[in-house]
Design a protein around this ligand. Sequence first.
Ligand code: HEC
Length: 107
Amino acid sequence: MKLWTVLGAFLGLLCLFADLAAQHHREPVAPLVMPEGLKPELVELGERLFNDVRFSSNNSVSCAHCHHLASGGDDGLRVSVGVEGRLGTINSPSVYNTTFNIACQDP
Ligand code: HEC
């Protein structure tokens, strides 16, 4: 589905963004460096997708519902709350520095 392709590209961009920063700072947690050549329209699209509730089964929950970018990248709850108020079994991790997640590493 095209929407998922674009969201995947946005997440890839997040990984690249943090990976570029990691090349400059080899500390486990380092300030991100703004990479050159970012296309503002793609960054804006990624932000819109991240806040789009159409990714949930009943159009009520977006990524930002559980990953608050303005306050640490998580939701600060013991367990995440999904559609219709259903509780998950684990809490949401921060999406900051996602590049350090093993899933974003080169093989
Ligand atoms: C209902 C809450 C909820 C929503 C909505 C949600 N997430 Fe998450 N997210 C989680 C939880 C919980 C985990 C941990 C999953 C695990 O470890 O198995 C997670 C993990 C992640 C991770 C891995 C972070 C890391 O470094 O380990 C990323 C990236 C992520 N989510 C991005 C997204 C994106 C993009 C969306 C929207 C398409 C989204 N999330 C929607 C709760 C949520």
